[in-house]
Write a protein that binds this ligand. Structure first.
Ligand SMILES: [Zn+2]
Length: 479
């Protein structure tokens, strides 16, 4: 059956990253036509002879699949920019999560500007699908739809709040009912998202963190994800505080605990999954967690940059991959630059392993495309093949940051990043054209976000239990 919609050909593209279905791998093609009709790719090959409505010259272009950002917090992530980059809680292994993130309180009316800015940055770096782990705020759905992105909405829920005790202890303030209400709401959100006529929204069931939900909620949430046939995410093995807490409560690792609950499966994605029992900093010595995740076909959403800022790293991307774990890549919070995230994934893997052989450009690019798609239970995004979604990125090979071009993916990942992204298409619609976002106003949203950050900073003394100013807690980088 022919799909309705106009037909576009990218004629004689210098380089194309297309999907080899038989070998299940991305491949380079040279001087190929890429044709899409409506929302889907129709043809990739030499000299397309069919009728077309629009023709784009592919000379000096790399055509590649849109990136899948498997773990992202659009809400509030970028008002944190430049504030806590140099600090951590000394008595909590240097983790910044518990002592600082709650000090920055954004009002819901400030959220749209911040989220719009983040969405713009994602588009500029070639993201076409994003998993957004955010709370709801007025106008959220309109904004997500206007962005043109494919969005998986994960409105996470939990039964406990972390209470930081003077930066030396984390206590849990429980409200079990709130978690159950959150699950109810998440089920409704999933149903609304996937029945949306745009076809670009999806939903995810996500108990927020391993340490903030009780076993019965975890198990019921997983049952609901199975019944709805949607992905199931949670943050797990993300800090040593969490590992110690699960050890104190249950005497086993967070991963083993999730396994005993029966919530590890091919629909399960673990956000971060850094402090498994083989990690050199883990108090455990068992070295079994990685194989547990692999045995249950669990995916790990790897967000290298935000952890690198506090001196932490997965051990290692290559080890996980060789153990058989499906890896995806996410930006978590700022910067919302997926191409830099791929670069950091490679660098940190190699530094953590002490070896160039740990992770290749191909491995990391696979994770940022097909790996993310697999975690979302999809085989029609993150790859360029007939029948797949027309989610594609056109890279300008003549951009000075790309030149000289010997291997365009390496030029893009190791040097140019978003600077060389020319056009982005999602569902066959152009959303970035000549480097300019077509669907939102990046500059204006960031100007308003500046004002939002100033307001957030003014509120810090009222949020901080000791009434300190932000500058006392987190001084500027220079006096
Ligand atoms: Zn997260």
């Amino acid at each position: 059956m022919k799909e309705k919609g106009t037909t576009t050909v990218i004629r004689n593209a210098s380089w194309v990253i297309y999907w080899d279905a038989e070998k299940e791998t991305h491949r380079y093609g040279r001087n190929l036509d890429v044709v899409f009709q409506g929302k889907h790719i129709q043809y990739i090959g030499p000299a397309y002879k069919g009728e077309v409505d629009t023709e784009i010259s592919g000379t000096d272009l790399l055509v590649m699949p849109g990136l899948v950002n498997l773990h992202c917090h659009l809400y509030g992530g970028s008002v944190d920019k430049g504030i806590f980059d140099d600090i951590g809680a000394k008595a909590l292994y240097g983790h910044a999560l518990y002592s600082y993130s709650s000090l920055l309180q954004m009002e819901d009316e400030e959220a749209p500007d911040s989220v719009e800015g983040a969405l713009c940055e994602l588009l500029r770096s070639g993201v076409t699908t994003v998993v957004d782990i955010s709370r709801s705020f007025p106008g959220k759905w309109d904004l997500l739809l206007r962005s043109g992105l494919r969005v998986y909405i994960a409105e996470s829920f939990r039964q406990a709040r972390w209470v930081d005790v003077e930066g030396r202890e984390v206590r849990y303030e429980w409200n079990e009912k709130a978690g159950w209400e959150g699950l109810e709401k998440a089920i409704q959100t999933v149903q609304q998202a996937r029945s949306h006529p745009s076809g670009r929204l999806g939903g995810i069931i996500m108990p927020a963190q391993v340490d903030t939900c009780k076993p019965d909620l975890f198990q019921e949430a997983f049952r609901q994800a199975v019944a709805l046939n949607v992905p199931f995410h949670t943050h797990g093995a993300q800090t040593l505080i969490e590992v110690h807490e699960i050890l104190r409560r249950h005497g086993i690792s967070p991963i083993q605990w999730l396994e005993e609950l029966g919530v590890l499966s091919e629909r399960t994605t673990l956000g971060h999954g850094i402090f498994l029992d083989h990690h050199p900093w883990s108090p455990l010595r068992s070295q079994e967690d990685m194989y547990r995740l692999a045995a249950h076909n669990v995916s790990v959403a790897h967000c290298p940059t935000v952890f690198a800022r506090t001196g932490m790293s997965l051990h290692t991307f290559g080890k996980y991959r060789k153990a058989g774990i499906n890896l995806g890549i996410g930006t978590d919070s700022y910067p919302y630059n997926m191409l830099e995230e791929i670069r950091n994934a490679i660098y940190l893997a190699r530094v953590s392993a002490g070896s160039v052989f740990d992770t290749s450009t191909k491995d990391a690019f696979f994770a940022a495309t097909v790996g993310g798609a697999r975690a979302l239970l999809r085989n029609d995004i993150g790859r360029l093949a007939p029948g797949c979604k027309a989610d594609l990125v056109l890279v300008d090979l003549h951009h000075p940051s790309m030149l000289p071009v010997h291997d365009p993916l390496r030029s893009l990942v190791f040097v140019a990043a978003e600077r060389a992204v020319r056009d982005v298409y999602i569902d066959g619609e152009i959303v970035v054209k000549n480097g300019t976002i077509q669907t939102m106003d990046w500059e204006q949203s960031k100007k308003r976000e500046q004002q939002a950050q100033e307001q957030v900073i003014k509120r810090v003394p009222f949020v901080d239990p000791k009434g300190r100013s932000l500058n006392t807690i987190a001084p500027l980088s220079l006096d």
